[in-house]
Design a protein around this ligand. Structure first.
Ligand code: DON
Length: 581
């Protein structure tokens, strides 16, 4: 059933890509972003050189991985403000070296208490994106405070200092920032606060110019001094609520901007939550991920279990395992009580699902399985009715940090769409999120991801840490909406089944099968696998760019390899504390 030869060939071809030519950077100061760095004493990878430097500076000054991750995330809120920010949310997966344990912190946004399962029904998706209605109660600041309190050594004010400096002194506008601003210009101009900040003189800032955000610097400064309660029930929170309820629409704009339901009491009620990580064991390695409210850990984990139940893994099996895991994600996973996590991640269920995978592609959408604890012979999967799935861009962001003590962070942070809901809080220098568009709009009886009061929209974010024999082996994650799951899965499969190095595994062409009739794929993947997969019943359609991952691999003897994208999204930045032991 599996063509082993093709797997080996695939690895050889992909290994022959330009990535092999990338020479890992050591610890010399970098003027330009470099995608791979190897060394000792701590390491970081983000999409952005300023953010990587901020995190590295914290490590060099004696901070730990959590301190550096918060500093890096806050700096991304300055330099990548369309993907990350204090008014967004995210998930941290953390390996605590002292106790040899993996922890997670859910800093996902919540729906206001006034939200009902029908609140988004009939709202056109595009209207919801740019609205007060889609703004969730921000989770990032509560998450930063909890992470620092539980595992860090710095105060919030100290951790925000590098970001304050970058916001005050400014950063150089690159092509990505320019292009993301330009593609948002039509809606940014519809809000006075956003146009003032991001369209100075009426146009996106020029590539190569210096962009400063003194209002954000001041917001961070005050946040550091006053603490999270300034947001969660205090003055900053009141300003967020006012902006959500009465968005500062530019006079003369014809845009329909729906107000939101958020109240100050929703902010006061917000809590970041520590959760047990998901865990599966794949080829002897323990893969830890994010439990619901994210579907990341359960879906990556289920797909790995399915793959493990097969006699071998090639591109066809990767797509099929992902297809079936997405079918189960859709039916069972959301921020609801009673997600059957144990069964979804059980070997028995995986075997039952795996036995559906044969020579030919299963028609998609495939029906979900039955994770009821009783597993036997294969059950037929009737085809479900097709739902189109849009292309997902590389918004959102993921960073990884390791410190000299062996602690490791994988951290996904987001404001959902590129530019969130497009609305800057006047005078405060940051955009609001539109995370509530991750809910199912409905009507969809029985859907686990319908909106509800205080509920977190189901996420696909999948920050992942892998241990072998109790020691960190790898950390990885990506942006890309629901393609996050397939990107993380594909990187793990590339690394362990296709024999690639981690830099090769990140750079290799991607495909994403999320239980849809067509599999979206990058051109390189279509070129390599198109004929073989088409002959087996897959239908591939071009998605020019999938994901923008970062990762770490622990090479033994204290040596760490930090890896970012060499090309996608303009490339990322990997740094290490020291080139030498
Ligand atoms: O939580 C999620 O899954 C999404 N809100 C992440 C956003 C993202 O990656 C945007 N990409 N298309």
């Amino acid at each position: 059933m599996i063509s082993r030869g093709s797997t080996v060939l695939a690895a050889a071809i992909l290994a022959g890509s330009s990535v092999l030519l990338v020479r890992p950077a050591t610890a010399a100061p970098q003027q330009e972003k470099q995608p791979v760095a190897e060394g000792y004493g701590g390491a970081v990878a983000t999409v952005d050189l300023d953010a990587s430097r901020a995190a590295l500076g914290v490590l060099r000054r004696g901070g730990n991985a959590i301190d550096a991750a918060v500093a890096g995330a806050a700096t991304l809120g300055v330099t990548e403000p369309y993907s990350a920010g204090l008014a967004g949310g995210g998930y941290i997966v953390y390996y605590d070296a002292r106790h040899g344990r993996v922890h997670t912190i859910d800093g996902r946004e919540t729906a206001p208490r006034a939200m009902r399962s029908s609140s988004l029904e009939g709202v056109p998706f595009d209207d919801a994106v740019t609205s007060g209605l889609s703004a969730g109660v921000p989770g990032s600041v509560a998450q930063w405070e909890l992470a620092l309190r539980r595992f860090g050594t710095l105060s919030l004010g100290q951790a925000l200092r590098p970001a304050i400096e970058v916001a005050s002194r400014g950063f150089t506008v690159d092509q990505t920032f320019h292009d993301q601003t330009a593609s948002n210009a039509a809606r940014f101009k519809d809000f006075t606060s956003t146009a003032r900040l991001y369209l100075p003189g009426g146009a996106p800032p020029a590539v190569g110019s210096t962009f400063r955000n003194p209002e954000l610097a001041e917001t961070y400064r005050q946040l550091g001094r006053r603490g999270g309660s300034w947001l969660y029930g205090g003055r900053l929170g009141a300003e967020i609520v006012a902006t959500v309820k009465r968005p500062p629409v530019t006079p003369g704009s014809t845009r329909t901007v729906r107000p939101g339901l958020m109240e100050l009491s929703d902010l006061a009620a917000y809590r970041a939550v520590e959760r047990r990580p998901t865990k599966v064991t794949y080829k002897g390695m323990d893969v830890y991920g994010m439990a619901p409210s994210s579907s990341g850990g359960s879906t990556v984990g289920e797909a790995l279990n399915i793959l493990q139940a097969l006699p071998g893994v090639g591109a066809h099996e990767y797509l099929e395992a992902s297809k079936l895991a997405f079918a189960d994600r859709g039916k069972y996973v959301g921020d609801i009580p009673g997600v059957p996590l144990g069964q979804l991640l059980s070997e028995g269920f995986a075997k039952e699902r795996a036995c559906l995978i044969g020579e030919r592609a299963i028609p998609a959408p495939a029906a979900p399985g039955d994770p009821d604890g009783s597993y036997g012979a294969c059950r037929a999967v009737p085809q479900e009715s097709a739902k189109p799935i849009p292309a997902e861009g590389p918004e959102t962001t993921h960073l990884v940090v390791a410190d000299r003590w062996g602690n490791v962070v994988a951290y996904n942070i987001t404001i959902e769409s590129t530019g969130g809901n497009g609305i800057v809080v006047p005078g405060r220098g940051f955009l609001l999120n539109n995370e509530l568009t991750d809910f199912t709009f409905g009507p969809a009886p029985g859907d686990p991801n319908l909106p509800g009061p205080g509920k977190r929209p189901r996420s696909s974010m999948a920050p992942t840490i892998v241990l072998r024999n109790g020691e960190p082996l790898l950390a990885v994650g990506s942006p890309g909406g629901s393609t996050i799951i397939t990107t993380v899965l594909q990187i793990l499969v590339n690394r362990w089944d296709f024999g690639m190095t981690l830099p090769q595994a990140l750079a290799a062409p991607r495909a994403t099968q999320r239980n849809t009739a067509q599999t979206q794929a990058e051109q390189g993947f279509i070129d390599r696998y198109g004929p073989e997969l088409t002959a087996r019943g897959h239908s591939l359609v071009l998605n020019p760019e999938i994901g923008a991952a970062t990762g770490l691999e622990f090479l033994g003897g204290g040596r760490v390899q930090a890896v970012a994208e060499p090309v996608r999204r303009g490339g990322g930045s990997a740094l290490v504390v020291s080139g030498r032991r």
